[in-house]
Design a protein around this ligand. Sequence first.
Ligand code: THU
Length: 143
Amino acid sequence: MSDSAPRPPQPSNEALQDLLRVAFAAAELAYSPYSKVQVGAALMAADGQVFSGCNVENASFGLTLCAERVAAAKAVSAGVTRFEVMAIASSLDAPMMPCGACRQFLNEFAPGLYLVVQGKQGPRFGARLSELLPHAFGPADLR
Ligand code: THU
């Protein structure tokens, strides 16, 4: 099990607010004609680079990509796999928590990832990925 994965430091409030701003801007670019929900993610890597993503839907609904996986795939395809913080923003009032598939996808790279989630209204939610996906299946289980 990978529950003893490295934990990046807790980000400052200012860093979280900055990353949330990027996530809300990314949400504006959502392609979501079916659900009409706009989701944005901003992923900060250990080297300080930020990768954004939005949800991308498809007429074949099951092909929909979540914002979180788009951001993570952008980072990986740029050669960046050390992730520290992800901000997730949506057009809904309440924080839109990352789906199970996205939790698993992110766990591959960063079980200690700090997540901050905010909707249009109300308080933001913050937690480590390992709290949202305890006893996760990951790369170490295949060694
Ligand atoms: N969605 C995300 O982008 N991230 C999640 O973690 C959950 C759901 C998107 C997929 C779809 O376009 C819309 O939100 C409604 O499910």
